[in-house]
Write a protein of this length. Structure first.
Length: 337
């Protein structure tokens, strides 16, 4: 067989046999179908499929060994999702495209998965409600969130975004806003509880091109030169070393990629240190300029959104990785390897 220049080669004999053998079993096919548009834990899958934890874990290991699913850890939980490696994607897509969506077995599985999602969403809502008072008070102190969000989206769009990273995703709001503008999105947060809130929010919004992971803003496990856009939205004022977080976020940018930072301008509201655990009372323009320069980025925009005299000012910084785009030889799938 001959391949045209730039064409995608097929899989090796052994790779294809291993993947098809893993997918060609009743329970494992049900697992693949369930993971088609949602991340699930072993506990979720045992509840949906009515099988023991050891059996489900064994099936997941075989699927993972075949490159069809991947595992990520959040605190005490491990989430599974379909693999994003090109070879795994092709086999999973091929198999799942042949499934009848109205098959009674898979329809019942989806119904039980919906019940699991509803329970998870309720738990996330409880956590959000417990913290809502603090968040609502902070929102009341600055320009309306809708204005900030609109300006953030405006700054990021207008260019191709194959892969976007949201550092400190919180409730997942930036992922929800950017989902129509990016092919793939990743949101990371140090808090498993906040990731549960984000997962529930994204599910309710119908966002299917984003994934979430627990990670460290100072030591991201996502590799280098992976993303066309990185967002750090209202995160740096919580950190002891925000400059280090900026450097780490910039490391994940592809050549020509953009970093958007949104945070408060300097202010004097000392109460936020105790009420909301803010480590810094805003960030000055010259500080951010230094941090971006030290990270090897060039600032292309800096905008203030100010409220009334007694409210906080929100500043948006947009910076670009000055390396030429031609230096970037990675494919879209590389961002999720």
């Amino acid at each position: 067989m001959k391949f045209a220049a730039g064409a995608t080669r097929g899989l090796s004999h052994e790779t294809l046999v291993t993947a098809l053998r893993a997918a060609g079993e009743g329970t494992r096919l049900r697992i693949l179908a369930l993971l088609g548009d949602a991340e699930l834990t072993v506990k979720d899958l045992t509840s949906i499929l009515g099988q023991s934890q050891p059996r489900i874990s064994r099936h997941l290991k075989l699927l993972a060994d075949a490159g069809l699913v991947v595992r990520s850890v959040e605190g005490a939980f491990a989430f599974y999702r379909l693999a994003e490696d090109p070879s795994g994607v092709r086999v999973a897509d091929l198999v799942l495209s042949q499934l009848d969506p109205d098959d009674p077995v898979h329809r019942r599985d989806r119904e039980r998965r919906s019940a699991i999602r509803a329970a998870n969403a309720a738990a996330a809502a409880d956590y959000f409600a417990a913290n809502a008072a603090v968040w609502d008070r902070i929102r009341s102190l600055h320009v309306p969130e809708a204005q900030v969000e609109a300006k953030a989206v405006e700054l990021l769009t207008g260019r191709t975004i194959r892969a976007l990273l949201d550092v400190g995703t919180g409730t997942g709001r930036m992922l929800e806003l950017m989902a129509p503008h990016a092919q793939r999105l990743v949101g990371i947060d140090a808090s498993a509880a906040m990731l549960a809130v984000a997962r529930a929010n994204l599910s309710a919004a119908g966002v299917t091109n984003a994934r979430l992971a627990q990670d460290d803003v100072y030591a991201l496990s996502l590799g280098t030169d992976r993303f066309d856009a990185v967002v750090v939205h209202q995160v740096l004022h919580y950190l002891d070393d925000p400059a280090r977080a900026v450097r780490e976020a910039s490391r994940t940018l592809r050549p020509g990629g953009h970093l958007l930072v949104v945070d408060f301008a300097p202010h004097t509201m000392e109460a936020l240190r105790t009420e909301a655990q803010h480590r810094r009372l805003g960030i000055a323009r010259h500080e951010m300029a230094d941090w971006l320069a030290d990270a090897g980025l060039e600032t292309v925009a800096c905008l203030d959104l100010a409220g009334s005299d007694d409210t906080l000012t929100v500043t948006l910084w947009l910076a670009v990785d000055p390396r030429i785009v031609a230096d970037d030889v990675r494919t879209r799938e590389g961002a999720f390897a």
